[in-house]
Design a protein around this ligand. Structure first.
Ligand code: H2U
Ligand code: ZN
Length: 346
């Protein structure tokens, strides 16, 4: 008899329409309940060497203001710039390129060098959400900006260049690959089933409960059925909203709350600042209303078994299909069982 808890199987990701291989038998060895050493986080509140701290000089010589809450600036090394002449070429459908316009911003979440979302005050996280929302609106209104990607890389393991709490925003002409796949999936699901993919998935997860990690009036955080990363999270708006700009204040407050709670669980998992890449997926900002879109955020954290043992996407995953050993259900159970109070605030 096929048992999903024992036997290898594939799970379908309806958002990307790709598969993941799940091999639960490989993780059947019991969890050893490894106790982690508390990583002394000895960062100062202000670091004179940090290019994001208030009053300091950035590469290229610009000086940051003495900002008190959040601070947004144009990336000094942008991957996308606005001033690119239009142009494209195509040789026999094989060697193809197109000019791409866009812009890149950096968002400092706090003037405090030693903080991160899990240890910031609720009101300060709400302010970050206001900034993200304003940036989304401003960038969406620019001609030729058809997608706005808000994201955060946390931790050196994820390629973050600086521990000062910050994220980035890249906005450009074309819809990037991941939201493009989701765009197609949302449209197709609506066509085939007559309703929104994530509205329905949300209901299923609320009903089943086994992958639920956190929940409040307006948001649900689950380890999605098709998770690839060990403690991956899909954060779903309970109401059908297409972007951050459609959240009334009460929902934005709930979002700030669940962001703090989730990142606290993450830090508590291995008693270490938990690395991840996270980002919001919102509707494309072209001239269509995109009612099919459902606001959500993905958290992709690499850590697997301790503060140092991480998952790699190599070998079979690069050449075949992503694979995981611990099931989404067991990852959700572990996250749910953690204290809700940050380990450094004990
Ligand atoms: P990450 O930590 O996610 O790498 O983001 C930092 C960004 O900050 C990165 O994109 C930019 C880098 O280009 N940056 C500046 O804009 N100015 C600086 O003085 C250093 C880094
Ligand atoms: Zn700093």
């Amino acid at each position: 008899m096929f048992d999903i808890k024992e036997h290898s199987h594939r799970r379908f990701n309806p958002l990307t329409r790709e598969w993941v291989l799940v091999s639960p038998h490989r993780a059947k060895r019991p969890w050893l309940g490894q106790t982690e050493e508390i990583v002394a986080d000895s960062r100062p509140a202000y670091d004179p060497e940090c290019y994001l701290c208030p009053g300091n000089e950035r590469a290229g010589g610009v000086r940051n203001p003495e900002y008190k809450n959040t601070f947004v600036f144009d990336n000094d090394f942008p991957a996308l710039i606005e001033d690119v002449p239009a142009g494209e070429f195509n040789s026999e459908g094989l060697i193809i390129s197109r000019a791409e316009r866009g812009l890149c911003k950096v968002v400092c979440f706090s003037p405090r060098h030693d903080l991160a979302i899990p240890r910031m005050a609720q009101a300060d996280v709400e302010r970050v959400l206001s900034v993200w929302t304003e940036q989304f609106q401003e960038l969406a209104a620019l001609p030729g900006i058809n997608y706005v990607q808000i994201f955060e890389n946390r931790g050196a393991m994820m390629g973050c260049s600086n521990p000062h709490p910050h994220g980035q925003i890249w906005a450009n002409e074309t819809v990037p690959n991941e939201p493009r796949k989701e765009q197609d999936a949302f449209s197709l699901y609506k066509q085939e089933h007559g309703h929104c993919l994530l509205c329905r998935y949300l209901d299923l997860e609320l009903e089943l409960g086994e992958r639920r990690v956190l929940e409040n009036e307006h948001f649900l955080a689950v380890v999605p059925y098709w998770a690839v990363w060990p403690f991956e999270i899909l954060l779903i708006s309970k109401r059908h909203r297409t972007g951050l700009d459609e959240l009334p204040i009460s929902e934005r407050t709930s979002l700030a709350t669940i962001l703090r709670e989730l990142t606290i669980l993450y830090d508590n998992l291995f008693k270490t600042p938990f690395p991840y890449s996270m980002g919001f997926h919102q509707r494309p900002t072209d001239d269509n209303p995109h009612h099919e879109w459902h606001l959500h955020a993905h958290f992709y954290p690499p850590l697997l078994r301790s503060a140092t043992v991480r998952k790699f996407m190599v070998g079979y995953e690069m050449l075949g299909t992503p694979q995981r050993d611990i099931t989404a259900e067991s990852a959700a159970e572990r996250l749910r069982s953690l204290p809700t109070h940050h380990y450094l605030d004990d």
